[in-house]
Design a binder for this molecule. Structure first.
Ligand SMILES: Cc1ncc(C[n+]2csc(CCOP(=O)(O)OP(=O)(O)O)c2C)c(N)n1
Ligand SMILES: [Mg+2]
Length: 353
């Protein structure tokens, strides 16, 4: 008779109790940073916030399968939990949102939510949705040309999956068998536009077949399921077997951003029901059932996270503001004496570009 594996699910996946508690802590921390930034936005300290609440399970789990300092990430604007799992600290995230001069993402130049960090192998994103997906494919292509053992991961929404860049990126990655993991975080809405107005056929994962790669659907509330899919995709990429598309079905617990109100375009009952699919209590329940998470542990993790966010926001707020002299840094190779533009530009004689 075949022996039944009685180990908890995480152990079967090669994760220790400390690993899964670390994943849970990372989710709590990302949520707490996110919530703190909403308060800072409402207090007028942050211009804009675009939240990752509801996406934390898929983000922590898929990023957990990547190697810090080796692999690369091309995130999107909801990637708070992913970028933190990849190495960004709570203070890095808050500093970027406050647009302080020493912000690791851009020195305070990018919009809030435009995560990046050279020390962490995270490339900064552009505001047009989907451009980062091409960047990830380029990184993977570069690694392949150099013979480096590098996997690139990128994240994007289901609305974005209808952009032309996604087709180009996935087709190119499929043709060349590149080591890329495409993670589509499907939260059912592109701002106020529901899935059926964005995705013909209703499935993002099904499109993978057209690009010659596996398309895997995972429940974003099932953290270990997301990890298993990412781990397999990572192994596949490293074996030279090419890219994978993971469609993580997540919930957007907040409005699209601090600039809209989802009660205007979603049924209140639908908004209320979202809480049932919040990945944080779902993972907590699983860890409790596995005997890993206790009341005491939960309490101490939450206290640690609260202290970390308090320290991070205090230190981030104390960082220096950019000055007028900083304006040309990271824009031109040489500082511009007197602060003029580098090359006087005459739109007519230059051909009007
Ligand atoms: C090319 C382009 N078109 C439109 C926008 C405006 N915009 C910003 S986010 C967004 C919704 C994207 O939805 P989805 O891809 O599902 O991601 P989600 O925000 O739901 O996570 C849109 C339309 C943009 N930034 N870039
Ligand atoms: Mg969406």
């Amino acid at each position: 008779m075949a022996q039944t594996d009685t180990r908890p699910r995480h152990a079967e996946l090669g994760l220790s109790d400390d690993d899964v508690l670390g994943m849970y802590r990372a989710m709590l921390l990302a949520r707490a940073v996110d919530e703190r930034m909403w308060l800072m936005q409402r207090a007028g300290k942050i211009a804009f916030i675009i939240s990752g609440q509801g996406h934390e399970g898929a983000q922590v789990a898929t990023s957990w399968a990547m190697r810090k300092g080796v692999d690369w990430m091309a995130p999107f604007y909801r990637s708070i939990a992913s970028t933190m799992t990849f190495g960004m600290s709570a203070e890095d995230i808050i500093t970027a949102h406050l647009a302080k001069s020493d912000d690791v993402s851009s020195g305070g130049r990018q919009m809030p939510g435009h995560y990046g960090g050279a020390p962490y192998n995270i490339v900064s994103l552009s505001s047009p949705v989907g451009t980062q997906v091409l960047h990830a494919v380029g990184i993977a292509m570069g690694a392949w040309v150099r013979g480096d053992d590098v996997v690139a991961m990128t994240q994007f929404g289901e609305g974005t999956s209808s952009q032309g860049e996604i087709h180009e990126a996935m087709n190119f990655a499929g043709v060349h068998g590149l080591p890329v993991i495409f993670v589509c975080e499907n939260n059912g809405y592109a701002i106020s536009v529901p899935l059926d107005r964005q995705v013909a056929g209703g499935s993002v994962a099904a499109r993978a077949a057209g690009y010659g790669m596996p398309g895997v659907v995972v429940d974003g509330g099932d953290v270990l399921g997301c990890y298993a899919a990412a781990k397999e995709a990572h192994e596949r990429a490293r074996r030279g077997d090419g890219p994978t598309l993971i469609e993580a079905q997540v919930v957007r617990l907040t409005s699209h951003s601090s600039d809209d109100d989802q009660r205007r375009y979603r049924d209140p009952a639908e908004v209320d029901a979202l809480k049932e699919r919040d990945p944080i209590p779902q993972f907590a329940n699983e860890l409790r059932a596995a005997g890993v998470l206790t009341d005491e542990r939960e309490e101490s993790l939450r206290a640690e996270v609260k202290a970390e966010v308090n320290d991070a926001s205090r230190s981030a707020e104390a960082r220096p503001e950019p000055t007028a002299d900083d304006a040309h840094e990271r824009v031109y190779a040489e500082p511009i004496p007197g602060g003029g533009t580098a090359v006087p530009h005459d739109p007519i004689s230059d051909g009007g570009h």
